[in-house]
Design a protein around this ligand. Sequence first.
Ligand code: GLY
Length: 556
Amino acid sequence: MIRLRVLLFVLALLPGSPSLAAAPGKAAIASAHKLATAAGFEVLDAGGNAFDAAVAVSAALSVVEPQSSGIGGGAFFLLHRATDGKQVLVDARETAPGATDARRYLDDKGELDRDKSVNGALAAGIPGEPAALAWVAEHYGKLPLKRSLAPAIRLARDGFAPDARSLMRLGQRKDAIARDPGASALFLPNGELPKQGWVLKNPDLARTLEQIAAHGHRGFYSGEFAEKLVAGVVKAGGNWTREDLARYAVREREPIVFRYRGHQVVTAPPPSSGGIALAEMLNILEGYDLATLDRSARAHLVVEAMRRAYRDRAEYLGDPDFVKMPVAELIHPLYAAGLRASIHAQKATASDSLPGFMAPVQGTDTTHFSIIDAEGNLAAVTQTVNLPYGAAVVIPGTGFVLNNEMDDFALKAGAPNAYGLVGGNANAPKPGSRPLSSMTPTFVIGPERTLVIGTPGGSRIITMVLTGILAWFDGDAPQKIVDNKRFHHQYLPDVISTENGAFTPEERKRLQAMGHTLSEGEQPWGFMNVVDWNRKSGELRGGSDSRGASGMAMVK
Ligand code: GLY
């Protein structure tokens, strides 16, 4: 074990490891909303660095994309500091309240009652987002938190017109929102779904952000505000206490670091399953000369790598503060070599011939943004409230939705799932533990080029980041990477999910002849935001997924 760690450390230091001495002199930000990208540049223009901009973009998204993330949710901030090369994941994932009892999410027959795990205050974990904003500003930023939160406060107070995606999600969650007085007062004016052009003003959220701006971490987690929040959660049927809020702290975690084709990949460690699965898949694929293969032969190998990585995901992984995991082994190239040996070049492996565990279903309404600043600092941030509008609860006077991240735990561990497989208990909720996530903010740093990538999309996040990275190695520009048609396999169900146009009819036929089952033309998924930097030419580029109309990538 120790030898493995030493080997991995040495591998990361081999020649070809990045030296980020050069600086781009300009900045690039790609986010899911133009107002959030603008908030980031406002803070850069005021003298901030990428980490101040990350705080500004994160907080602005919390206001303008309440369906995806917010002050009541959690986040992973992956940071690279140019001056000393420090790379860290600030884990601001939500935690299970001290009074968590998984039995409370079951119905009379002992089955998981999904209404309880996704709707209402009992579905909410203790938020991490406010702690992340305060931590990142204090430890990595140049500007006071107050300055970086100013654009978000302004947006909340002055209002903005929610985009079509936000309104569409509101329609999907209308019934749950209508059950909560605070959420319906905020999002259903006169009890109706608002129309395009409606301006959402949220003075309560502006005040909450002002509390955080003025007092940092304790402006949310202690004092009068915390008292009001806990009382509201308990009144709404939840189980938070003042101690749960007082105990909340971000964790600084060492990222997962591995090498792929002469580049260093830096990605999210547990409690994300994303980095480990990404390492497994890229390690498997490094053994093939992908560039020489036709598209269907290549897709076959990519799918086989996905199948094997997703099989491992649910078995071992959970919150590293509570569960011991064989991380070094799972991301080791020798482990991948063993997996690769089990792949037939022209024949699909049936998933049920690989005994394993079903991946947890994770909420898809998450958001991701990517930043490179003029000094060469990097930030990849993925943040979430889980399902659209989280638990569909707004505690009166706070202005934000509570997450429903308790649903990301294995709430009924040990019971057979829909596929007859028994889930491991690594991801069972324990008081204070963090639920397993798929969020995969990632850097790929080579001798000449740097990529910052990530996306929302629940369990599909990891395969989107994988195929995005493969496309970057093929030479695709960021805008092409985010717009490419997608395919996904997650071990079970044993099908390749595809967007329309992901494969030609001929490629589909070839994949079917190899034994793959395709689910074709699914609803488009993901909302990827990517920036890259070519240190040879000095060029910075960005791409914001055209699947989300309000996204914006900008270089300045
Ligand atoms: N709630 C989505 C995720 O963490 O993956």
